[in-house]
Design a protein around this ligand. Structure first.
Ligand code: DLL
Length: 434
């Protein structure tokens, strides 16, 4: 198994949890002394850093929300003066100001270590040529992968996202063995290759590490088949460095969370009380090593579940299941909770769909849910009566999953928007009517 840091990755759990406790104690003192926001929170709860003795004491600590970062925009939650900050990243939200994250030199060094482990876990080595099609810039994907892949000693092509024609030319000419990009973009690259008549089996490409947005196992299958590769899921968020929080190993059985750097909790999405191991909830992360903007119990809104069972790869850190939705992305349509991920999962089981879809919600007197589904050339050329039957079948399937009626509109190949970054699957027009 290609460990990057065998000692850290296979540490017995007991030792790991002890280490987490020691680091947590140190972190509490660090933030109490340096971050006004946390000092105030600790004081309000009547806790002192010394009250924290072990990793289990984490539940005594305050929660941190994205709004806290926004309220202290851009640098108000930093634990060090700007002279010690060597890099800034930011993630653009749907509204207003971005969420800003500051990194010290130590943070960049730690993130590079995390990304080296992350790149290695799916079996990538210094022999690989990595075409890094995550965006370079304020987004963490490009530079995060770049540093980690270089540390491993792989050959990095810093191509960034976009210009798909050129992506394919470089892939052919340079013999890229690994593609790193969002699953939406991997799907588009596959589609483009097909359109251009490129025989994917003639490429050297073997693997892709895809993340930064939710994707179903069925979409994974489509990407793997259409590019003739293995695709691995990677999870992360800017607030917690960026990519490199967790990744699948070659077992493809959950994403390993690098627990010597983070304490992860699964919390009830309404009460934020801890739920049991294996139960779904919102993930919250505490950063054990960050010095620029350390975060305690940061609520991600991402819904997943955790297992601490040892993986067949030998790694001992816990694994998170694929993100099944976001607590704040849940759509309420006619009073029923609808997760976009449920729609994707159902659609991707249907042969004949191209992999692209869009969910449009509107309100006239009552809410309406429209799902536009893009078809492949082959399916689209079927007779009208066949298409009508197909449309009804999808509507029934969606109703069974969602328990709310969705109208389905079948659209022709190439109709729905493509993306080189994160896809926008949901258009909620109701906000303007309220
Ligand atoms: O997307 C960091 C990243 C870059 C991860 C490249 C993986 C690869 P943000 O832009 O801050 O950071 O967005 C973070 O994206 O809270 C999740 O909702 C979502 N997300 C990230 N990875 C996954 C994944 C980067 N594998 C937000 N599955 C997170 C589902 C994901 N959702």
């Amino acid at each position: 198994m290609p460990y990057w840091n065998e000692k850290a990755e296979t540490m017995p759990r007991e030792e790991l949890e002890k280490l987490q406790g020691q680091k947590l104690r140190k972190l509490c003192k660090y933030v109490y002394d340096r971050v006004e926001f946390y000092k105030k929170k600790f004081d309000e709860l009547g806790i002192k850093p010394d009250d924290i003795k072990s990793a289990e004491d984490i539940t005594k600590l305050p929660l941190t929300f994205k709004t806290d970062l926004r309220d202290h925009y851009p640098f108000g939650m930093n634990a060090v003066p700007l002279e010690e900050i060597v890099r800034i990243h930011a993630s653009s939200g749907t509204t207003g100001k971005p969420t800003v994250v500051s990194y010290t030199r130590k943070d960049i060094e730690d993130w590079t270590e995390l990304m080296a482990r992350t790149v290695s876990a799916p079996g990538i080595t210094r022999k690989d040529i990595i075409q890094n099609a995550y965006g370079y810039g304020l987004f963490t994907g490009g530079l995060g992968f770049h540093y980690g892949a270089e540390r491993v000693g792989a050959t990095v092509i810093p191509i960034s996202g976009g210009n798909t024609e050129r992506q394919l030319m470089i892939m052919q000419d340079f013999g890229s063995t690994v593609l790193t990009c969002t699953p939406s973009y991997a799907l588009y690259i596959a589609e483009y290759a097909k359109k251009k008549g490129i025989d994917v089996s003639s490429l050297s490409l073997k693997k892709a590490i895809c993340g930064a947005e939710p994707w179903s196992d069925n979409l994974r299958k489509t990407i793997e088949e259409s590019l003739n590769i293995d695709a691995y899921d990677i999870y992360g968020l800017s607030e917690i460095y960026g990519p490199g929080v967790s990744v699948e190993c070659e077992e493809k059985n959950g994403m390993h969370i690098w627990e010597d750097f983070f304490i992860v909790e699964t919390l009830d999405k309404e009460t934020y009380e801890p739920v049991g191991e294996g139960e779904e909830g919102v993930l919250a992360f505490t950063t054990l090593e960050k010095t620029g903007i350390p975060l305690i119990r940061y609520i991600t809104y991402d819904i997943s579940k955790i297992t601490k069972e040892k993986c067949a790869c030998g790694r001992t850190c816990c694994r998170m299941a694929k993100v099944s939705g976001r607590a704040d992305d849940m759509l309420i349509v006619r009073g029923i909770n609808v997760f976009p991920s449920q729609i994707e999962s159902a659609l991707m089981e249907i042969p004949g769909m191209a992999g692209y879809y869009q969910i449009i919600i509107d309100r006239d007197i009552i809410d309406s849910l429209l799902v536009q589904v893009e078809l492949t050339e082959k399916t689209f050329s079927d007779k009208m009566s066949v298409l009508e039957k197909f449309q009804k079948e999808i509507e029934t399937k969606l109703y069974n999953v969602l328990q709310v009626k969705a109208n389905v509109e079948l659209v022709g190949p190439g109709t729905l928007p493509r993306t080189e970054g994160k896809a926008k699957h949901v258009i909620d027009k109701r906000t303007k009517n309220i």
